[in-house]
Design a binder for this molecule. Structure first.
Ligand code: GLA
Length: 634
């Protein structure tokens, strides 16, 4: 961790020093001319509706002193914006945006749809979501709405339209955040009927669905679409995966319902985004990102401290949603209120996190929140000013970040991240492993990080992208646990290898097809021939077992696959030491050269020693070619 952070700071320093001569001061122009925004923005969530208007200017003055240039406003303020049905009050919001602009502060507007007002849920109780046990959510928290409910969509579209009409051409509104952290599904009968329709559209006939899901098992055969249940967690794997895909499509259409009306009423310069949650797997983020202009996420450490590999990977994941720079829409000002222990980040660590984000391609870092509401569920959360409205100790650090962002902005403007190594990531695979872990310690994200951490230590940058993305730019593509491999992805990977790329498949790869059914070939399914070898048998491990070979030695833990090299060109890279008898002396990693390309399969979850052991010659070459500095090339 220390090594990566030091490397990072060195890089930042080099970047800043190198561009010092080019710096030009940022000046916000008067309201009559088009305002200029800095390339990298420091921001904060601000809730003017929670405070008397007479207080706003004091807060905005302090924000300006801290170098803050963006406030995110409005995402929970529906009851203030529409106090009764069809009666909209947006004047206060107009005044808040205008007050902020006078301090050189731009606004990002949230649509207030995570928190429908009490009049709405009382009048239309059908919009409340239903838990799996059939209970309805009640008013008083947030996200109590049903994402698939037509009435709710009608009402959310109307409020989004009102706000867009009013602020869609306001030069101080940079863009839009739709809703807030999509998460909660609904299991009500109407949503279930929509799911059944969705299945009909996907599978066409029940015969096809029954075959793809192997419903002959346990007499699951369906004779009518209406017989198909919703299952989550434990159920037919084809059904589980279909439900998650339906959920992803439903979030996408929930979002598009608002997005279309904002688009129709706003300046194309205003972006449309939503705030996602890093590794959260409630829906497929690639699906939901498709209609957005910008990917953004909420970066919280929670308990403990910044781990640059874990957090850096989440930045890279988010950057991969749109394959361009992203925003950190929320991050913690020191501490949160929801972790098991809400320790504060150390002095200097908030600053490290801010630059860490910029280094990974963030164009904005925004704190949640400016000041805690005096009442409400999150009273203990970290903030930048205290209950008395004056700075807390962290304020000075935020101010330092503001000063540094302003200085570095001209140099960072227009830059983006370029990587030569990619990690492949798919929600289908993560879900498939999560539903049938086979070893309760097995964590699909942990598996990705086990590859990310050593790779990040030897490469300037990594991309995290889906397995169907174009791969030509990469020297190395690593798929840690590509459990579900669609035919389309298999073709993409085979083509990459045939065109000279190096593909590394990690344990549990290519076991399942696109319907979460077992492949009819052993792993790696459609890539067996290319690899010239396969997995003979997999084993969940009670205890670690030794592994040794060309990469040095380490231990396999949690999972070990017994491999076989069938083709004469397939080499054994690593073998297992003494363990359960079956694995003793058998291949743990194999590789095959294919023209100028190469495919490698690693069958064991290797520990850190095994992963970072003496690199092969191709890794050393890669390392030498890497730019030692972290500057983002133009
Ligand atoms: C999330 C939410 C915020 C706030 C923070 C607290 O990110 O989007 O509204 O609740 O968590 O950490």
């Amino acid at each position: 961790m220390y090594k990566i952070r030091r490397q990072f700071w060195l890089s930042v320093t080099v970047c800043i020093v190198a561009i010092a001569g080019l710096m030009i001061p940022f000046a916000l122009q008067s309201e009559t001319t088009t305002p200029v925004r800095p390339a990298i923005l420091l921001g904060t969530a601000w809730y003017p509706e929670q405070w008397p208007e007479s207080r706003w200017d004091a807060d905005l003055t302090l924000m300006q002193q801290a170098g803050i240039h963006m406030v995110r406003v409005g995402e929970f303020a529906w009851s203030r914006m529409e106090p009764s049905e069809g009666h909209y009050d947006l004047d206060w919001l107009d005044r808040a945006i205008s007050a902020a602009s006078k301090h050189g502060i731009f606004t990002v507007l949230g649509t207030p749809t995570p928190t429908p007002p009490a009049w709405l849920t009382q009048k239309y109780p059908e919009v409340l979501r239903m838990y799996e046990d059939g209970r309805r959510a009640e008013h008083g928290n947030r996200q109590h709405f049903n994402f698939a409910n037509p009435k709710y969509r009608e009402l959310t579209r109307k409020i989004a339209e009102q706000i867009a009409k009013r602020f869609g051409h306001n030069a101080y509104v940079l863009g839009w955040q739709i809703d807030n952290e999509y998460a909660e599904e609904s299991y009500d009968p109407q949503t279930k009927a929509q799911f059944q329709q969705w299945l009909k559209a996907r599978y066409g006939t029940l015969d096809n669905l029954n075959a793809r899901w192997t419903t002959a098992y346990w007499s699951q055969t369906y004779f009518d679409w209406s017989q198909i249940p919703i299952q989550t967690g434990y159920g037919n794997p084809g059904l589980l995966l279909s439900w998650k895909r339906f959920v992803s499509d439903t979030w996408r259409s929930y979002q598009k319902n608002q997005l279309d009306v904002i688009r129709a009423n706003s300046d194309p310069k205003q972006f449309i985004a939503t705030n996602m949650m890093g590794w959260f797997d409630g829906y497929d983020h690639y699906t939901v990102s498709q209609d957005l202009d910008l990917a953004a996420w909420d970066d919280y450490v929670g308990k403990g401290h910044l781990d640059p590999a874990v957090n850096g990977a989440a930045h890279d994941l988010t950057r991969g949603f749109k394959r361009k720079n992203f925003w950190v829409m929320e991050t913690q000002p020191g501490s949160v209120n929801w972790a098991p222990i809400n320790n504060s980040l150390d002095k200097g660590e908030v600053r490290a996190m801010a630059w860490h984000a910029i280094g990974h391609g963030a164009d904005t870092v925004s704190y949640w929140q400016w000041r805690s509401a005096l009442n409400g569920q999150e009273q203990y959360h970290g903030a930048i000013v205290g209950t008395d409205g004056t700075p807390v100790p962290l304020f000075a650090e935020v101010q330092q970040i503001g000063t540094e962002f302003a200085k570095a902005s001209p140099a960072v403007a227009g830059t983006s991240v370029r990587s030569e190594v990619a990690i492949l990531h798919s929600y289908d695979s993560r879900w498939a492993i999560q539903w049938q872990k086979h070893n309760r310690e097995y964590d699909a994200v942990g598996e990705i990080i086990s590859y990310y951490r050593p790779l990040r230590a030897v490469s300037q940058s990594l991309d995290i992208i889906p397995p169907t993305a174009p791969l030509d730019q990469y020297k190395l593509v690593v798929a840690p646990g590509l459990n579900v491999l669609s035919n389309e992805a298999a073709k993409n990977l085979a083509q990459y290898v045939r065109q000279g790329g190096h593909l590394v498949l990690g344990q549990r790869s290519a076991m399942k097809d696109d319907d979460n059914g077992l492949q009819t070939e052993r792993q790696p399914g459609p890539l067996v021939e290319l690899l010239g070898g396969r997995v003979e048998q997999y084993y969940a491990l009670l205890d670690p077992i030794p592994v040794q070979g060309q990469f040095g030695s380490g231990q396999a833990r949690l999972w070990a696959e017994l491999l076989i090299a069938k083709d004469s060109n397939t080499e054994v890279l690593e073998t297992y030491g003494k363990s359960n008898g079956w694995l003793d002396g058998q291949p743990a990693a194999i590789t095959r050269q294919v023209g100028k390309g190469r495919i490698t399969y690693i069958g064991a979850w290797l520990d850190e020693a095994g992963m970072s052991a003496e690199p092969s010659s191709s890794w050393s070459t890669f390392q030498r070619q890497s730019n030692p500095f972290h500057c983002r090339p133009k």
